[in-house]
Design a protein around this ligand. Structure first.
Ligand code: HEM
Length: 160
């Protein structure tokens, strides 16, 4: 008898099991360094796409988006610098998730933000982009989102 596939395995996205091991972290760091060589260009591509496709969210953000662009770059930097499950990073991401409840971020917004970030990274990286980098960034952002949402959920349950 042949080995059957788990019925749910085919519904898992291809990046779901991409390991964020030491070599992946090294590639994410190099990729981030290349983005930050252009200042906050990546973040500015991202917000331009976000506000063009979802004009309704513009009012959630400050009128002057430049400071926000720097904050987004700083948070990506913290993620790649402390990617080895640093407890301080996890606490900081949980607190970031708690602040996002007040900003109006809903769990269903996170995949949209991750998709747009990956798309912006592909634009910003040009020929340096690869299928492997896309999968590793996606997996890293999925982990970040999950930690932020866990922080938000535990805060909600402790205040209600
Ligand atoms: C990968 C996920 C995300 C990361 C890493 C991230 C990162 C950040 C950072 C670093 C800030 C600066 C303010 C602070 O530190 O508290 C911020 C602000 C903000 N984020 Fe996010 N974010 C994420 C997802 C989202 C989502 C899903 C939304 C949904 C709409 C969102 C909406 C906002 C808004 C509206 C602000 C501006 C708050 C203000 O200054 O008034 N973010 N984000």
């Amino acid at each position: 008898m042949g080995v059957s596939r788990h019925p749910y395995s085919s519904s898992l996205p291809s990046w779901a099991n991409v390991p964020i091991d030491a070599t992946a972290v090294a590639r994410l760091r190099a990729s981030f360094n290349a983005f930050s060589a252009d200042g906050s260009r990546l973040a500015s591509i991202f917000y331009a796409k976000l506000f063009e496709r979802y004009p309704g969210v513009r009012t959630l953000f400050p009128a002057d988006i430049r400071a926000q662009e720097v904050k987004l770059m700083d948070s990506l930097k913290a993620v790649v610098e402390h990617a080895e499950a640093d407890p301080k990073l996890i606490e900081a991401l949980k607190a970031l998730g708690v602040r996002h409840v007040k900003y109006g971020a809903k769990p269903e917004h996170y995949p949209i933000v991750c998709d747009l970030l990956i798309e912006s990274m592909a634009d910003a990286a040009g020929p340096a982009w690869s299928v492997r980098l896309a999968a590793e960034w996606r997996r890293a952002l999925e982990i970040v989102s999950r930690i932020m949402l866990a922080g938000a959920a535990s805060h909600e349950s402790s205040t209600h």
